[in-house]
Design a protein around this ligand. Structure first.
Ligand code: SF4
Ligand code: SF4
Length: 291
């Protein structure tokens, strides 16, 4: 089984369009995993049936039981995050401010404080309208631990691929260079960067490559909208060559990207004769690369 991760370093490069087109090309032989859990959107294109749902718990937050609380104020005066305040004469924990450190729990003389695990999101295993499986997730507003949720999505995708005897897991990775991206990259066999010719995209590409290189994962790159800034496109190509990153494709600006997103379709469904050869070549390059 081979894991291919698509990442971009920044938003707006066309990563979702690239992932959905690659999934269309490889649909009979893959499980798709949407690890962009903070802003998952592949479900908008593939209309999953949400066959199985799993709650995702992570981290703790303090809760005060008013029946046991004597309102002595010890917890509030020691909370370094100012997360315990008095409302209508009762000490209460402001959930969004609580860091779950547990100090108040240790100090409370009446054991009025508990530290329940937090339900921060859901994972889904679905069958898409095209027939292949999609593992995806939704993180609650203001919830953290998205790295752990990404790890769970990947775990479920691996199990599903094993059950179905699929050869590939295609992973839509998270943006940035933090925990979610590290979790997306962990165990990957191939990385595909999607970038665009802007100075910020080039800077982000360099940062995300610095991270990827630590994992020693072979990498390829798609330069999207390559013709809108030829000078920066050349800079990107020089950078790729200097780092031994293969250029998988150079795609000129094309309104089909907007049409596909607006209509909730893969690029290939918008124009098969134009896009099939492009993404079949990229898929072949990624799926055959030896680690
Ligand atoms: S320390 Fe315990 S008893 Fe005192 S205010 Fe806090 S929760 Fe209530
Ligand atoms: S768990 Fe820590 S951050 Fe949360 S209310 Fe208690 S002392 Fe404050």
């Amino acid at each position: 089984m081979r894991e291919i991760v698509v990442i971009s370093g920044k938003g707006g490069t066309g990563k979702t369009s690239v992932v959905s087109a690659l999934a269309y090309v490889a649909q009979k032989n893959l499980v798709l995993a949407d690890c962009d859990v903070d802003a998952a959107d592949l479900h908008l294109i593939f209309e999953p049936d949400l066959a199985e749902t799993e709650d995702f718990f992570s981290g703790v937050k303090a809760v005060i039981d008013p029946a046991s609380c004597t309102n002595c104020g010890i917890c509030a005066s020691h909370c370094r995050f100012d997360a315990i305040r008095v409302e209508s004469g009762q000490h209460k924990v402001m959930s969004l401010d609580c860091e779950g450190c547990g100090y108040c729990y240790e100090l409370c003389p009446t054991q009025a404080i508990s530290l329940p695990q937090q339900l921060v999101g859901q994972c889904y295993r679905s069958r898409t309208r095209m027939g292949f499986s999609l593992v995806h997730a939704k993180l609650g507003i203001g919830a953290d631990n998205s790295g752990k949720l990404v790890a769970r999505v990947k775990d479920l995708a691996r199990k599903q691929a094993k059950t179905e005897k699929q050869d590939f897991i295609l992973i839509d990775g998270s943006p940035g260079i933090g925990c979610p991206v590290i979790a997306s990259l962990s165990g990957a066999d191939q990385v595909l960067f999607v970038t665009e010719p802007s100075l910020s995209a080039l800077s982000d590409l360099k940062r995300v490559w610095e991270l990827t290189d630590k994992f020693q994962i072979p990498a390829q790159c798609v330069i999207n909208k390559a013709d809108i800034n030829p000078a920066v496109t050349e800079e990107i190509k020089l950078f790729l060559a200097s780092q031994g990153i293969a250029l998988a494709a150079e795609i000129p600006y094309d309104g089909d990207f907007h049409t596909a997103i607006a209509e909730g379709k893969s690029l290939i469904e918008i124009n098969q004769s134009k896009w099939s050869p492009v993404f079949e070549n990229i898929w072949t390059a990624c799926s055959q690369e030896k680690s």
